[in-house]
Design a protein around this ligand. Structure first.
Ligand code: ADP
Length: 173
C-alpha cells in the first residue's frame, strides 16, 4: 500500500494546497495531511483550528486524513508507515529549498522518497502569507480559498483589527 504524508503549516490552507491534496489522493492509497505544530512562530490560526478547517475542506476525499506533527517528518512517516513525502513546487525558490530538505530527509531515512507536484499555473503565485496580507488590506481573494477558510480568515483578521484599534485607543488614553 502506498502511504504518503503532506506536511506543511497550512496557515491557512489555500486552493493551491487543496489541488495538491486532490492529486495526491488520486496517486496514493492513503494520504495524511500533517499540520506542523512548530513551523510558524506566530500563526494566525491555532493548530486545532487549522486541522478542523482542512478536515472540512477534504471531507469528500475518503483516503485523506488530517493529523498534527512536530519534530522530524521521517519519524512521523515511520510511525504511520508512510514511504512517500509529498511537497509542492511553485518556483525555483521552492525548488532550491525543497531539494535540500528532500536530500536531508533521505539521509535521515533512505526509505523516505519525496515526491514533488508542480503547482498548477493558476496557483503558482499563491502563498498563505500573501493571501493573509491581501485580505488584511481589504482585497477579495475568495477565489483562492475553500469557502469555509475564506470566512474564517475574514473573521480572524477583523478580530485582530478590532483588537489593534482597542489597544491603540488604550495607549492613547
Ligand atoms: P511550509 O511552512 O512547510 O512551507 P506551507 O503551508 O507554506 O508550509 O506549504 C506546504 C507545501 O505546499 C510546500 O511544499 C509548498 O511548496 C506547497 N505549496 C504552498 N502553496 C502552494 C501552491 N499555491 N501550489 C502548490 N503548492 C503549494
Amino acid at each position: 500500500m502506498k502511504v504518503a504524508v503532506f506536511p506543511g503549516s497550512f496557515d491557512p490552507l489555500t486552493l493551491g494546497h487543496l489541488d495538491l491534496i486532490k492529486r495526491g489522493s488520486a496517486l496514493f492509497d492513503q494520504l495524511a495531511v500533517a499540520v506542523m505544530t512548530n513551523s510558524s512562530k506566530n500563526p494566525l490560526f491555532t493548530v486545532e483550528e487549522r486541522v478542523a478547517q482542512i478536515k472540512e475542506a477534504v471531507s469528500g476525499l475518503d483516503n485523506v486524513s488530517v493529523i498534527t506533527t512536530d519534530g522530524l517528518t521521517v519519524n512521523l512517516m515511520n510511525r504511520i508507515g508512510a514511504d512517500y513525502l509529498m511537497r509542492g513546487l511553485r518556483n525555483t525558490t521552492d525548488f532550491q529549498y525543497e531539494r535540500d530538505i528532500a536530500a536531508m530527509n533521505n539521509f535521515l531515512d533512505d526509505q523516505c522518497e519525496t515526491v514533488f507536484f508542480l503547482a498548477k499555473p493558476e496557483y503558482q503565485h499563491l502563498s498563505s502569507s500573501l493571501l493573509k496580507e491581501v485580505t488584511s488590506a481589504g482585497g477579495d481573494i475568495s477565489a483562492y480559498l475553500p469557502a469555509n477558510i475564506n470566512e474564517a480568515l475574514k473573521k480572524r483578521l477583523a478580530e485582530r483589527e478590532l483588537l489593534r484599534v482597542k489597544e491603540d485607543n488604550e495607549e492613547a488614553r
